[in-house]
Design a protein around this ligand. Sequence first.
Ligand SMILES: [Zn+2]
Length: 295
Amino acid sequence: MPNTLIYIFTFIFGSMVGSFLNVCIHRIPEGKSIVFPPSSCPHCNNPIAFYDNIPIISYIMLLGRCRQCKSLISPRYPFVEFLTGFFSVILLKTFGFSIELPVYFIFAASLLVITFIDLKYQIIPDVISLPGIIVGFLVSYFLPHGMLNSIIGILAGGGSLFLVAFGYQLITGREGMGGGDIKLLAMIGAFLGWKAVIITIFTGSFIGAVVGSALMLAKGKDTKYAIPFGPFLVIGALIALFCGKTLMKWFRIPALLLGSSLRRMLKIRLTPHLRRALVCFVLTLCMRNYLCRCV
Ligand SMILES: [Zn+2]
């Protein structure tokens, strides 16, 4: 029973942070301060009273409308509050009271802000991703994967997307991926290490390709319809954070098959790590290529 109580308080704490993340999502792209002035209605500019600013509950009590001007409040507000609360609970369940808990809480919170800004404005603000790379690298000193793993993650994350973006532009003459995605993946590498970067690119590209194709089917073949890639990288990073170890095991089967055929054809022997990395690389290239064609 005390455990349940801890989780309830964790959820409440998370949703309160989520309320602050909403302010960040609203103000960072406009270049406004995130601490001053206090929250106000974006329609009538009336300040929001503390009793109307209770995460999730206020939205339900007000039936999704501003108390003053009755204009609709975006469902994004309670959704972000819920997601932040939800991830707080999952993080506590996964990592317990350890150093990873506050680190990955800040990491997940930054990813949430990035996702919703990218969905709305199709940009990934440097004010989050660039300090994120530095913070992720510094705190990795205290994390199990360590600083070397983190720096390889930054290079792998930033470098691989840069190469794909560069190659894509070279071949098609069109810009396929924004610089924001590259900095985001470098930040993910800084916080999670290089193995997570591989999982992030693969799962993110795969989900992005599926959603991208579905959207293309639904909206017709409008190639100018650009889908932001950032949210998919974020989903990939969260998958890497919570199920990375399990996924790495799954990669062993195609890795073994590829390794044995390479050994027969080219007479070279690969270490298990190299085999896995190679499979991920091939899969990633396929997925990324597909997604580029969609976008
Ligand atoms: Zn209002």
